[in-house]
Ligand binder design. Structure first.
Ligand code: HEM
Length: 331
């Protein structure tokens, strides 16, 4: 009898204990997928429908929303610091080197926020909206889904220097990029899997030009870039000018979330230096690229795990931070 009561209590606890996947450093609380089930039951549905509408209007928006969450999480954690505009002493992260003229999707987040404020005022954080929009964008473009831990709160500040220093640059070395991931609690498996989000979206000429004309200061193109692919790229990314011209990160299926990105890397058709070095500079990451190129399912599984891990970087919980009414400014 005692044994069956214990067993009953065990299963009851298991049912009601929210799943905790978090890095519990910033507020004593934890994130769990059912966070809004009582306080705003329609939250996830509302986010999904506005993301779907935005992506139907412009396919690239899915990629932009995935990247927005990444650029938020790598600076002080996933706390919506990236959404704040400059005001008073606060300097926006939007003007940082990785973000300026590059990161996008702010209007979509605003639209979601205003719909959620109507449905359940001051309940759903801007940080959770971005995490949900990134998940939904992945699903809409054909990628995996996952139960997303929720309950992040929004920061009351931003960090321009954090944005400049913590987000990897496309011409960083493999070691520098891996170190930037490790500083956020992410490992080489996360690095390779998350780089797989370059299966969708675009990059500007200015982010990879060096590879086409002068990779190592000797006026030569990058030797690890396929020659005919390089000459195609040069046609619209000249030595000077055309900085903002856009190129698909995955030229095979630019709006479809799949493992073609990894296949491209194996044929030396990665667009960014930071993409191609995953196969040319490190044995372990090369093996991972091969694994994901040969098995889409394994890539999808790992991508979901790594996105949850990235989304759990230093969240504000409990009484830390706030739930902004307008994602662009503090309350
Ligand atoms: C590993 C280090 C990484 C580097 C160096 C890097 C660099 C870049 C660069 C330079 C661009 C093009 C930006 C522009 O031209 O304006 C870009 C686009 C993009 N990045 Fe990354 N990235 C990295 C990792 C990630 C991660 C971890 C994610 C998501 C989890 C991600 C998602 C994206 C997406 C989806 C785009 C396309 C955005 C759009 O079309 O608006 N990247 N990245």
């Amino acid at each position: 009898m005692a044994k069956s009561i214990n067993l009953f209590m065990f299963f009851t606890l298991l049912t009601f204990a929210p799943l905790c996947f978090c890095h519990n450093t910033n507020g004593g609380g934890y994130l769990y997928p059912q966070f809004y089930d009582q306080s705003c039951p329609k939250a996830q549905e509302i986010v999904k429908s506005i993301v779907a509408k935005a992506v139907a209007k412009e396919a690239r928006m899915a990629a932009s929303l995935v990247r927005l969450h990444f650029h938020d999480c790598f600076v002080k954690g996933c706390d919506a610091s990236i959404l704040l505009d400059t005001s008073g002493r606060l300097i926006s992260e939007k003007g940082s080197i990785p973000n300026k003229n590059s990161v996008r999707g702010f209007e979509v987040i605003d639209e979601i926020k205003s719909a959620l404020e109507k449905e359940c005022p001051q309940t759903v954080s801007c940080a959770d909206i971005m995490a949900l929009a990134a998940r939904d964008s992945t699903v809409i473009t054909g990628g995996p889904s996952w139960a997303l831990p929720l309950g992040r709160r929004d920061s009351r500040d931003a960090s321009l220097s954090g944005s400049n220093n913590n987000i990897p640059a496309p011409n960083n070395t493999f070691q520098t990029i891996l170190t930037k991931f490790k500083l956020k609690g992410l490992n080489i498996v996360d690095l390779v899997a998350l780089s797989g989000s370059h299966t969708i979206g675009n990059a500007r000429c200015t982010t990879f030009r060096q590879r086409l004309y002068n990779q190592s200061g000797n006026s030569q193109a990058d030797l690890t870039l396929d020659k005919s692919y390089a000459s195609q790229l040069r046609a619209r990314c000249p030595k000077s000018g055309g900085d903002q011209n856009l190129f698909a990160l995955d030229f095979v299926s630019p709006t479809r979330f799949d493992n073609n990105y990894f296949k491209n890397l194996l044929s030396f058709k990665g667009l960014l230096s930071s993409d191609q070095i995953l196969v040319t500079k490190n044995q372990e990451s090369m093996e991972l690229v091969k694994k994901y190129a040969s098995n889409n399912e394994i890539f999808f599984e790992q991508f979901a795990i790594s996105m949850i891990k990235m989304g759990n970087i230093s969240p504000l919980t409990g009484s830390k931070g706030e739930i902004r009414k307008n994602c662009r400014k503090m309350n």
